[in-house]
Design a protein around this ligand. Sequence first.
Ligand code: MTE
Length: 319
Amino acid sequence: MLIGKQSDIRPAEITPESVYRQRRRFLQQAGFATGGLLLASGCTADEDELELRRLAVSRGSPFSTDEEPNAFEDIISYNNFYEFGLGKRDPARLSGKFHPRPWTVTVDGEAERTGTFDLDDFIRGQPIEERVYRLRCVEAWSMVVPWNGIPLAALLKPFKPTSRAKYVAFETVMRPEEMPGQRRGLLDFPYVEGLTIAEAMHPLTILALGIYGVELPNQNGAPLRLVVPWKYGFKSIKSIVRISFTEQQPPTTWSLAAPREYGFYANVNPEVDHPRWSQARERRIGGGLFNEKIPTRMFNGYAEQVASLYAGMDLRKNF
Ligand code: MTE
């Protein structure tokens, strides 16, 4: 994703303690469910450290892959979140001052119902499901993440989008005082993204609130982020504050920053290379010492579910 100067990149300098503390908190949370894990972690319950609340999650979605999920530690320590910095470890290291609560979501544009809602009201009554999805970054690495979220369609339908609503636009929070990457102007913030209305309403598309049965850590886009598993990871916009139904295709941060490199659709496609690297293969994060690249699959392996959305479309032009 790099378009900035190499000198902007910080050395990887996460403190082992901060990863340890996050893991410890997670294990403590898990311990409340199992008892056993709490003992196994060797931790004593410390109320002050319970920062990631458990979520009530239903499992067994037919959309989940049975591939082995990445470890919690991988998922929370190797991130892209330019609001906190360019380095993969910056989001974990520099998001401690970010406050994901209280949080509001504004829904506006071409819909019968619009307004600004407290997050709890926005999601009220919607069951949270586990969806174990592959995540393929445009940079040619990937993970398997057990997301906890709500189908976007279930959240959007009550707003009754009108027939003019052809697209759905998303916007990340703007809080330079809490987000050092915004202060440094690393991208043209706020980060914005968009989907066609058919993509937004597709049953694979979710708004995630958690991973591994606990609330999203800040670095993963707390408290609410999009997950669109057949698209490159940059479509999965984090820390969403606005969702707009639009008639025109909305601008997207990466296609504005580098239009020849990043398109609006950004469907995972091993046959269409990035101008600067191949997209045919990917490296699974956490794969150990001889971490060979594995083949990338069309639509990230979700072709059966989503290929019909693009019938007749030239996927080289609409990249
Ligand atoms: N959302 C915002 N607001 N800012 C970002 O920099 N990075 C994107 C996406 N969402 C990004 C974002 C990219 S490039 C990827 S690969 C995924 O988030 C990474 O999600 P993860 O850190 O949870 O793995």
